[in-house]
Each structure stands twice: as C-alpha cells, then as structure tokens.
Design a protein. Structure first.
Length: 226
C-alpha cells in the first residue's frame, strides 16, 4: 500500500514518508542548483532547464503539503500535534519555494551568464543543514528515546544556518561596496550586476533562515514527548 493510499485511512496514517520525500526534493533541488552554480557560463537553454526542474520540485512539494493537510483532517491520532506537523511541512515547503525563487529571479534578470561565487557557498551550507534535518525523520518516530540524538542533529543544523549567516554578511558587505563604487563612478552595467547579485544573495539567505523554523519545530516535538 502506497503512502498516498494510507492518507485515506486514519488507522494507517503515515506522516513520516511524505516528510522524507520533501527532504529528498529539497536535496535534489539544492544539488541541481549547486551544480549549475559551479558550471560557469551557462547557455540560455541550460538556465531554463534548471528553472523548470526547480519549479517541478517546488510543485511536487506543494502537492505533498496539500496531501498532508488533508491527512491531518482524516487522522485521529497523528504522531504530533497538527499544528507542529503543519509548521514543519510549511517550513520545508518554504525552502523549496526559496530555491525556485532565487534561481528564477537570477535567470530572468539576464544580467550575467553564470552565478556569482557565493551561490555555491550558500547552497553548500543549506545542503549540509538539510542532510542533518533529514536525519531527524527516523529519530522522530520515537522522540523520547532519541532525544539526545535529536538534540545533536539540531545543533548541527544550527551550525549550518550560522555558516550561512557568515557567508551572507561577508558577501553583503562586498556587494554594498561594489554597488556604491559603481554608482559613484557611473558604471551602470556594474551597478546593475551587483544589485541583481544582491537579490540572489538575499533570496538564498531567506531560504537558509528557514532552517531555524525547522529547528524550532523539531525542538517543540521533542519537548512535547519528553
């Protein structure tokens, strides 16, 4: 019996399989994006392929969240409170949305043939954080017994988010200097490039910040079953 079918039967409700699937979608998206960021100059077709694939993953995530919300209405005994499950799936869905939006904004702006170097750095931090977060799925099946291991993973996720902050502010300062210098010197092309790069940086930082929401939900789940 598939996990989708089990959504229709309260006595066999499974929220862990769709949780695992969303994490897998995020990792697939982050890895695709990272590979593109490391490729150097990209042809228009390659850029469009990336945007299309990320959009497909984002749409698949939306469908999983929709099924989860429907499942919560049919389940009499979810493993955690409906509010916590919804918060977790919404945070994960936000990450898929953020990856899609960052790539789409960059590609549609058409201001450069490649991605700025910080993109691969940010995606490395996000990928590491999601890999740790994915490890919580199995442990959440018995949060009381696995509380110590969950706390360790939460600390590792937090470290990845902090690493993302360091990458963000280092590049934010550098881009601010570029923007100011280009504006002062009347270099319109450089000003536009740096301004659009800053938007990509901001989109990915917002996406990395959603790891904090994941941490908060996991911690609340552990406390609920302590």
């Amino acid at each position: 019996m598939s996990w989708l079918t089990r959504f229709l039967y309260p006595e066999e409700m499974d929220f862990f399989t769709p949780m695992e699937r969303v994490y897998a979608l995020i990792l697939e998206s982050a890895r695709l994006f990272r590979a593109a960021a490391q490729r150097g100059a990209m042809a228009p077709n390659d850029k469009q392929t990336l945007v299309t694939e990320l959009k497909n993953h984002e749409s698949a995530g939306d469908e999983i969240v929709r099924l989860v919300v429907t499942g919560l209405k049919h389940s009499f005994t979810p493993p955690f409170s409906p509010l916590e499950l919804r918060r977790l799936f919404d945070a994960l869905d936000d990450i898929l949305d953020g990856l899609d939006e960052a790539a789409k904004t960059h590609v549609h702006a058409g201001h450069r043939e490649d991605f700025p170097p910080f993109v691969a750095e940010q995606l490395d931090a996000l990928t590491a954080g999601i890999e740790y977060a994915r490890g919580t799925v199995a442990l959440l099946r018995d949060p009381r017994r696995n509380a110590k291991a969950l706390s360790s993973l939460v600390a590792s996720i937090s470290d990845c988010e902090k690493r993302g902050d360091e990458i963000y502010w280092r590049n934010k300062r550098a881009l601010a200097a570029e923007i100011n210098a280009a504006a002062r010197d009347g270099r319109l092309a450089d000003f536009r490039r740096a301004t659009m790069d800053e938007k990509t940086l901001d989109h990915l930082e917002w996406t990395l910040d959603r790891l904090v929401a994941v941490i908060q939900v996991v911690e609340d789940m552990v406390i609920e079953h302590a």
